[in-house]
Write a protein that binds this ligand. Structure first.
Ligand SMILES: C[S@@+](CC[C@H](N)C(=O)[O-])C[C@H]1O[C@@H](n2cnc3c(N)ncnc32)[C@H](O)[C@@H]1O
Length: 363
């Protein structure tokens, strides 16, 4: 994993501000690419430690973005550089997990992002969200795209799978790049076939074994949720490497899963496969009842460190203050919400190449 090079960041032609920065997945990838990130903005107080500890000199501003005016954002950029406004507004309003909600208050947060673009007119923009933004959130996406069009941006957006960018995780996300400098395209990933995809084994296979309910003495994030006696029986009855609740004897099954409608829950209580990418890490990915979050062959859910590695955070990424007891719920939320740094790094490299190509056009 690339280390942050301070002199390279100081010399970067791009100065970025990260809206909705969380623990810093997007910021970290941009920094790894060589983009200087001045500040991240988020209202979650738990995110501050992770953000400032792992992200060079980027500042954390605990602001409610919906209450901020553009000048407070505009003055964060470094004066003589090309400005990149980056952001991943909360995804839950559009995701499949929020069935039945017609319009969520948080949808307005993407409108706030557009408001800043319209007023600041940064040369570059990048935005990431769930694919559902192009379906049930289409109206919100269209408003965002219209703002970019009105401000004369060149825009490219599409739904990508993070496996293509080297994440050992199947995670589909809508990504957008926009530039006022010239035409820009979302970069193609380098991992284009299942044989090339990074796997769970490559990401977490070397971590020490641990039992459900235990925390590793050398890494407080290598901590696995305690299982109830029934769930302990269930995970033991789930075959290693990809087994699911369908493999259980009837007495272990949940009533709702025995009904035909339970078919959609087949991944719940499942184990990951060693030699495939993991499923999408969510804000609840440390519980076996929340998806295919069982370890491939240990009788437990994945640990927080494993989730962070599957999200391509470096193994040294510090999510919680060493002197405070880890708030697992808060850390899992930050990890599950993050843009995988490897995806962000690819986008950052593409933005830097774009700027270079504009500065030294081909004859
Ligand atoms: C999808 S997460 C962002 C993840 C982050 N970009 C990363 O890569 O780690 C969305 C973030 O928006 C933040 N958020 C929600 N409402 C906000 C608001 N009104 N102002 C600022 N941040 C907000 C949440 O705390 C959450 O961290």
């Amino acid at each position: 994993m690339a280390r942050l090079d301070k002199s390279k960041l100081d010399a970067s032609p791009i100065s970025a501000v990260d809206l909705f920065c969380g623990a810093g997945g997007l910021t970290h990838g941009l920094l790894q690419a060589g983009i200087r990130v001045e500040a991240g903005i988020d209202l979650d107080p738990f995110a501050e430690h992770a953000y400032v500890t792992n992200n060079a000199s980027a500042r954390f501003l605990r602001w409610d973005i919906s209450r901020k005016y553009s000048p407070s954002i505009a003055k964060l950029f470094s004066g003589n550089k090309i400005r990149l406004l980056a952001g991943c507004a909360p995804c839950q309003p559009f995701s499949k997990l929020t069935n039945g909600i017609k319009r969520h208050r948080s949808w307005d947060l993407l409108d706030n992002f557009a408001r800043f673009i319209e007023s600041i007119k940064p040369e570059l923009v990048t935005m990431e969200n769930v694919p559902e933004l192009a379906q049930r959130g289409r109206e919100v996406l269209d408003t965002f795209l219209k703002t970019l069009e009105r401000c004369r941006y060149n825009v490219d957006w599409r739904v990508v799978n993070c496996t293509e960018y080297g994440a050992p995780q199947s995670r589909r996300r809508l990504v957008l790049l926009a530039s006022r400098l010239g035409p820009i395209t979302i970069p193609q990933g380098r991992y284009n076939s299942p044989e090339q995809w990074r796997t769970v084994r490559q990401a977490i296979g070397a971590l020490p074994s641990i039992n459900a309910g235990d925390q590793h003495p050398d890494d407080r994030l290598h901590v696995a949720a305690l299982l109830s006696p029934l769930n302990a029986k269930r995970i033991r009855a789930t075959p290693h490497d990809g087994g699911t609740q369908r493999d259980w004897p009837p007495k272990l099954r949940l009533a709702c899963h025995q009904r035909a409608s339970g078919a959609r829950y087949k991944a719940i209580y499942g184990r990951m496969w060693w030699d495939k990418p993991a499923p999408t890490m969510t804000t609840l990915c440390n519980g076996i009842g929340n998806g295919r979050f069982g370890h491939p062959d240990q009788d437990r859910a994945i640990t927080l460190r494993e989730a962070a590695l599957l999200q391509t955070f470096p193994s040294s990424y510090e999510f919680w203050e060493p002197t405070r007891e880890v708030n697992r719920k808060a850390v899992t939320r930050m990890i599950g919400n993050a843009v995988p740094p490897e995806l962000a790094r690819s986008l950052g490299v593409a933005l830097l190449e774009h700027v270079r190509s504009i500065n030294s056009p081909q004859p």
